[in-house]
Design a protein around this ligand. Structure first.
Ligand code: PRP
Ligand code: 7HP
Length: 183
């Protein structure tokens, strides 16, 4: 039976087994590029925490990690482009091989901002691993080195991603209609 327009239940887009396989492949790719050197992972809170937890357990090189949180203003169809750090890193990244771990690359505002800030702190190398890439909404270019899945312009939840803080605990990545879409 086709879902009615008012059906707001999450629908699976990416199953947990698919995600697990792809995260393992991304870890292998990261290891190859690192040539056995240690890696310092920076998790962008909160959405990327589940991806980080799975990625670190797949990596077979020495790993350290840190966390950063940002807030963006004007999120929605017309982003204002303002991003602000609300929790900074605990440690310096100077001279380290850093990989920024992000759940979703959407407009690119968050990663464009963070990439520039972190690059100015003189890491040895700086790469970006994004589980999901939604290129349809890109406003700012972002040099993503590792992308799990390219997805269509739909609002997704689960595997760390939320809608109004809900659904982060869903093991699959699912699509939920936003209020604008259900109108
Ligand atoms: C989401 C997501 C990314 C960002 C991507 O974070 O986790 O960090 O938006 O969007 P952009 O490419 O358009 O900047 P959010 O601000 O919702 O915070 P959260 O991770 O705590 O849910
Ligand atoms: C942020 C975000 N959070 C959850 N789901 C999406 O599709 C998103 N795009 N940008």
């Amino acid at each position: 039976m086709p879902a009615s327009k008012s059906d707001s239940r999450p629908k699976v887009l990416l199953r947990r087994v698919q995600i697990r396989k792809r995260v393992r492949e991304m870890a292998r790719q990261i290891e190859r590029d690192l040539k056995k050197e240690p890696v310092h992972l920076i998790c962008i809170l909160k959405g990327a925490c589940i991806f980080l937890a799975d990625l670190v357990r797949e990596l077979r090189v020495p790993v350290s990690m840190d966390f950063i949180a940002v807030s963006s203003y004007g999120k929605g169809s017309l982003p204002s482009g303002e991003v602000r750090i609300t929790k900074d890193l605990d440690h310096s990244i100077e001279g380290q091989n850093v990989v920024i771990v992000e759940d979703i690359l959407d407009t690119g505002l968050t990663l464009n901002y963070l990439y520039r800030i972190l690059q100015s702190r003189k890491p040895k190398s700086l790469k970006i691993a994004a589980l999901l890439d939604k290129p349809a909404r890109r406003v700012k270019e972002v040099p993503a080195d590792y992308v799990g899945f390219t997805i269509p312009d739909q609002f997704v939840v689960g595997y760390g991603l939320d809608y109004a803080e809900r659904y982060r605990n869903l093991p699959d990545v699912c699509v939920v209609p936003t209020p604008e879409e259900s109108r």
